[in-house]
Design a protein around this ligand. Structure first.
Ligand code: PNS
Length: 155
């Protein structure tokens, strides 16, 4: 499983999903339904964009989840969480979550170093740049760049 908020999916996320798809028979991209934090894009929009950008991977499917990640893993017989690590500070936080998740349910987390060309990317940075009219097209799939342009053109 590759879990996250994906608000929106970036080329960095897609790189991790594609690499996971080469390592595992099946990959679930799991989108967190976060009722306490409204994102820029609705859940349906995030799922749509992810479905579009992963359609070239026959062994990848996209699903939404709420509650504990490990409960979703158990319900779907998923044994491994794959997380991209961009910088050392990512690792501190990810390590805590992985230790909690293995303690809660014995679910393993594998860390995948981010491709250096994406190590500075984050969804929040992309949204900030796009909001002020900056060009994010080198960093996100075309469908995401288009949706960001539409979204901020309307605001
Ligand atoms: O893209 P994000 O926002 O960094 O993803 C974080 C995510 C969704 C992986 C994390 O918040 C999560 O697993 N949330 C589900 C709730 C849960 O299981 N929390 C305990 C983690 S130890």
């Amino acid at each position: 499983m590759c879990p996250g908020s994906f608000d929106p999916v970036t080329n960095g996320h897609l790189d991790i999903v594609g690499r996971a798809a080469r390592l595992f028979d099946e990959v679930v991209v799991a989108v967190l339904i976060n009722q306490s934090k409204a994102g820029l894009f609705s859940l349906d929009e995030r799922l749509d964009m992810l479905a579009e950008v992963t359609k070239g991977y026959p062994n990848v499917r996209v699903e939404a989840f709420q509650g504990l990640l490990v409960d979703f893993c158990r319900a779907n017989e998923i044994a491994v969480i794959v997380k991209g690590v961009r910088v050392a500070s990512d690792f501190d936080y990810e390590l805590q979550m992985s230790q909690m998740n293995i303690g809660l349910a014995g679910i393993e987390t594998l860390f995948m170093p981010t491709n250096p060309q994406y190590s500075f990317l984050s969804s929040s940075l992309i949204k900030d740049v796009a909001k002020w009219g900056g060009d994010v097209s080198p960093h996100v799939p075309d469908v995401v760049a288009d949706r960001l342009r539409d979204r901020f053109a309307r605001d």
